[in-house]
Design a protein around this ligand. Structure first.
Ligand SMILES: NC(=O)c1ccc[n+]([C@@H]2O[C@H](COP(=O)([O-])OP(=O)(O)OC[C@H]3O[C@@H](n4cnc5c(N)ncnc54)[C@H](O)[C@@H]3O)[C@@H](O)[C@H]2O)c1
Ligand SMILES: [Zn+2]
Length: 360
């Protein structure tokens, strides 16, 4: 096969197909040989349900959006990349003519072309083309695996920038999944002095505190979808020496987590919605928002400079994502990667490019 590609053809049905080799569509584009691709929640949702939120797969689609690789061809107008460069791929390209692009919020562009978001094909293939400014060159001390983690890391960077996290902040993170852990790492790198992470699985909390050493406190809110805001507040006050949090970020999308996180904040606290759950929720604590002048903000993917910040955080050793990579699979074993995520035992799962694991 010249361009083997991981194609989702139905619920739990994946096959490796030879797709045409893409040609560079514009002189500003480069062609990348994909070497590493991380798998996440959205891949598993497409695999299990043929849809993720409101995005429904209508025809077979190539999966994958968290990739890194090596430049194999450059368009005539490319200035900053050359053949052989190792890059992290930013998988969403906005319209350069949209109002959102002009306003500097290109992640909100309604015409965004985003890898593995139907009907757009993803990056789990041998060759993928991107504009050169959506590729971030990896520093010599950064591996291709780390480059593939730039994607979820940039989600965390974007949310921590929106929260304006800085030295002295007391931060609560709801959820110790990949995104919650990365948010905690970035919050620490941005200067947060105390971080409490909340989850329902002790093993994840232990990993955050003892292995990653990224949080100062943990709390198990138990397997309770009706978790009580007063208990979360009590745990938070205990953790932060009787002071309320200055920032809370929900990385679960679960309504009671959202409600509890908003209610524990101090006056003028900042709340960021990172987790994606139901589009509407009941019992939203609007009174607390009003009476405490809270700042409530959504966070969607990543925008200007977020990938560049991720690149610096890793190259400068401010964030170490390597311990998050718990499982690795060959290209042709991609289904095992989704199954590892489904089992709940994996954090970040990496899939090799079709050439195999030789490049790191
Ligand atoms: N805003 C964005 O652009 C963006 C990008 C990527 C992912 N996301 C969203 O971020 C969220 C997290 O993604 P992830 O990949 O880390 O998922 P994940 O499933 O790995 O993590 C979710 C964590 O929440 C924990 N959890 C479940 N119920 C809980 C409860 N009642 N209280 C406390 N913790 C609980 C789980 O144990 C798990 O550790 C998802 O909703 C995902 O859709 C948002
Ligand atoms: Zn992802």
């Amino acid at each position: 096969m010249i361009n083997p590609s991981v194609v989702l053809t139905g619920i739990r049905q994946v096959k490796i197909e030879d797709r045409p080799v893409p040609s560079i569509p514009d002189p500003h584009f480069v062609k990348i040989a994909v070497k590493k691709t991380g798998c996440c929640h959205s891949d598993v949702l497409y695999f299990e349900q043929f849809q993720c939120g409101s995005f429904v797969v209508k025809k077979p689609m190539v999966l994958g959006h968290e990739s890194s690789g090596i430049v194999v061809e450059v368009g005539d107008a490319v200035k900053n990349l050359k053949v052989g460069d190792r890059v992290a791929c930013e998988p969403g390209v906005p319209s350069r003519y949209s109002q959102e692009y002009k306003r500097g919020i290109y992640n909100l562009c309604p015409e965004m072309i985003f890898a593995a978001t139907p009907p757009i094909d993803g990056t789990l293939c041998r060759y993928y083309c991107l504009p050169e400014d959506f590729c971030v060159k990896l520093a010599d001390n950064v591996s291709l695996e780390e480059g593939a983690v730039f994607e979820p890391l940039s989600v965390a960077v974007h949310s921590c920038k929106l929260a304006d996290i800085k030295f002295g902040d007391r931060v609560v993170v709801m959820g110790a999944g990949t995104i919650g852990l990365l948010v905690a790492m970035v919050a620490k790198a941005f200067g947060a002095t105390e971080i409490l992470i909340i989850d329902i699985i002790d093993q994840k909390l232990k990993f955050a505190k003892e292995t990653l050493k990224v949080v100062t406190h943990t709390y198990n809110s138990k397997n309770d979808r009706n978790l009580k805001p007063e208990e979360i507040l009590e745990a938070q006050l205990k953790a932060f020496d009787n002071k309320r949090a200055t920032v809370a970020l929900d990385c679960t999308g679960i309504p009671p987590c959202i409600s509890a996180a908003i209610q524990l904040l101090e006056g003028r606290g900042r709340y960021i919605q990172v987790g994606m759950g139901p589009s509407h929720i009941n019992n939203f604590p609007i009174g607390a928002v009003n009476e405490k002048e809270l700042m409530i903000r959504g966070s969607f993917r990543y925008g200007p400079d977020d990938y560049a910040t991720s690149a610096l955080l890793i190259a400068e050793g401010k964030v170490d994502v390597k311990p998050l990579i718990t499982h690795r699979y060959k290209f042709e074993d991609v289904v095992k990667a989704y199954e590892a995520l489904e089992s709940g035992e994996a954090i970040k799962v990496m899939v090799d490019g079709p050439e195999g694991p030789d490049d790191n």
